[in-house]
Design a protein around this ligand. Structure first.
Ligand SMILES: Cc1cc2nc3c(=O)[nH]c(=O)nc-3n(C[C@H](O)[C@H](O)[C@H](O)COP(=O)(O)OP(=O)(O)OC[C@H]3O[C@@H](n4cnc5c(N)ncnc54)[C@H](O)[C@@H]3O)c2cc1C
Length: 510
């Protein structure tokens, strides 16, 4: 019998919703703690920059049991994603489980000696509270602790009327009209913001980036939706993965010239389509060496705007501020009213005690997580949504379904601590030496190995149906409806509430 647990889910983004649903549907009591005033995480309206939309097509950015509404566009806008998530939480009865405006500030092993954790939380009034939980699902995402960047002269820039914002603070489009704006960073957010600044009437837009990277257009060659390329198993198999047999290595060696030609062909196509030569933005790295969660989608309009000068692109970085001028490392000087720093976020689990953080995060920043979900040195705890990908809703849901079984000892292949440690060592070796691109974001990205990752999770869960037809499986993207069937084929169970025995004294009183 599996005993019902008191489970805390930290974070009400996509991963938090997936975890809460998985634990609640297996019979556990769930509390969701969310530090902001609404659900959605990165899709919460208060933290979204204007015009934000998904990179993933809508059928690849959904839970298995709920498609996005039919009237949504192929790449839904931020408010649409937020509405979808709110509807999902409502349908699954998750809203009453949420404690908003509550931040987890610390955790410690339970003082009563029982397995689990005591969480310290702080609410909007500053009041703190300690609560015991049997299990904790950390769903705090990778985009929460803003990176900071300071340069000499920034106080003078601000004193002269200049404004410096992190990209997550750029939520008010009206403030940029008629202003000279400089965007620092090369991510999708940076190009989205630069394009939007032009459309919103900024008087000058400068884009400052370190080095050109390959960006994928929504339609490759203007015709083929990129999901038909980057998301398919046939493509994924071109990347040698981890734990390959001698035969698989031989197959990769034989196919190498064809695979090489494939990537050079794609690069040539992208150069022509995106006018990378004209923009002086041809990447110096090979396309295939950089495929991971950091591959940005090309914001429509970005390259044409660079080509025709509406966006001035400068390769380099900030050196300092001088009055209302930003001086670049290469000596260029750009007058600015607003600097938007699209410099990303720090990965961390700040509320975890240092001794446990040391077990989780290696000195080189790599996370030590089996299946990117759990670590036996961090008992009664797991991480959902840390296996980010090109289809993060599905990866989060798969992780959540794996984690509840792991927590309950109900995986068909429940790993021993020894097996987990060996596997984590192997994966760290793979990320550090065989495929450094897999080490981005602390190694917390399963792209481009979505199918391989899903195969492992389904196998662990004991799913008996794991494939569609041969052709669909090889040449079409992961299908959320199919994954609903695969998950349903894993053995089911439900945790039982244990009724506390009536003590002798209570019995006497009664
Ligand atoms: C602009 C943007 C567009 C994206 N588009 C795509 C896409 O198209 N496809 C894709 O696959 N991925 C995309 N991503 C990646 C995205 O992060 C994931 O898809 C997904 O939304 C992550 O969900 P999450 O729940 O793991 O994390 P988050 O959405 O970051 O949610 C984490 C939650 O935890 C809360 N939290 C953090 N710390 C605490 C604490 N101490 N106490 C209480 N609560 C806490 C936060 O407030 C937050 O609500 C995008 C990301 C961004 C920023």
């Amino acid at each position: 019998m599996v005993m019902q647990k008191n489970v805390c889910v930290i974070g009400a983004g996509i991963a938090g919703l997936a975890a809460a649903k998985a634990f609640a549907s297996h019979g556990h009591r769930v509390t969701i703690i969310e530090r902001s005033g609404d659900l959605g995480g990165v899709w919460e309206p208060a933290r979204s920059y204007p015009e934000v939309q998904t990179q993933s097509p809508k059928e690849l950015y959904r839970f298995t049991d709920q498609p996005m509404p039919a009237n949504y566009p192929e790449w839904p806008k931020g408010p649409q994603v937020h509405a979808y998530l709110t509807d999902y939480a409502r349908r699954h009865g998750l809203l009453p489980l949420m404690q908003f405006n509550t931040t987890v500030t610390g955790m410690a092993r339970r003082a009563d000696g029982k397995p689990g954790w005591t969480l310290t939380t702080s609410d909007s009034t500053g009041a703190t509270r300690e609560t015991d939980y049997d299990f904790v699902s950390v769903c705090t995402g990778q985009f929460n602790e803003r990176k900071e960047l300071h340069h000499y002269g920034e106080d003078g820039f601000k004193a002269a009327g200049g404004v410096i914002l992190h990209s997550a603070e750029h939520t008010d489009p009206s403030r940029v009209k008629g202003k000279k704006v400089v965007v620092l960073g090369g991510s999708k957010s940076a190009t989205d913001i630069a394009v939007h600044l032009v459309k919103a009437g900024a008087s000058a837009v400068t884009f400052v980036y370190r080095e050109p990277v390959w960006r994928i257009p929504y339609f490759v060659g203007g015709l083929i939706n990129f999901k038909r390329i980057l998301y398919i198993r046939a493509q994924e198999e071109m990347f040698p993965g981890w734990g390959l047999s001698a035969l698989s290595r031989l197959k990769h060696a034989i196919a190498k010239p064809f695979v090489w030609a494939h990537w050079r062909g794609l690069e040539s196509l992208l150069k022509i389509q995106l006018k990378l030569d004209k923009c002086d933005m041809v990447p110096e790295t090979r396309f295939e060496d950089g495929v991971n969660c950091s591959v940005p989608i090309a914001t429509p309009g970005f390259f044409p705007m660079v080509a025709d000068g509406r966006i001035k692109a400068i390769r380099g970085t900030f050196d300092c501020y001088n009055g209302k001028t930003i001086v670049m490392a290469g000596g260029q000087r750009v007058d600015a009213d607003i600097a938007i720093l699209a410099i990303g976020f720090k990965l961390d689990v700040p509320f975890l005690p240092q001794a446990f953080r040391d077990k989780l995060i290696q000195p080189d920043g790599q996370y030590r997580l089996y299946r990117v979900i759990a670590n036996p040195d961090l008992p009664e705890m797991g991480f959902v949504g840390f296996n980010s990908s090109f289809c993060s809703v599905l990866t989060a849901e798969m992780a959540a379904n794996w984690l509840v079984r792991y927590a309950d000892g109900k995986l068909a292949k429940q790993p021993t601590a020894y097996e987990m440690q060996n596997n984590m060592d192997m994966m760290l070796r793979f990320k550090r030496t065989e495929r450094p691109a897999a080490g981005v974001y602390g190694g917390l990205c399963v792209a481009p190995y979505h199918f391989k990752h899903f195969d492992e999770l389904l196998d662990d869960m004991g799913a008996t149906v794991t494939r569609r037809g041969a052709l669909a499986e090889k040449f079409s993207p992961p299908d959320a409806d199919a994954y609903a069937r695969f998950l349903a084929s894993a053995p089911g169970y439900r945790a039982e509430a244990v009724v506390a025995p009536v003590s002798t004294m209570e019995a006497v009183v009664a």
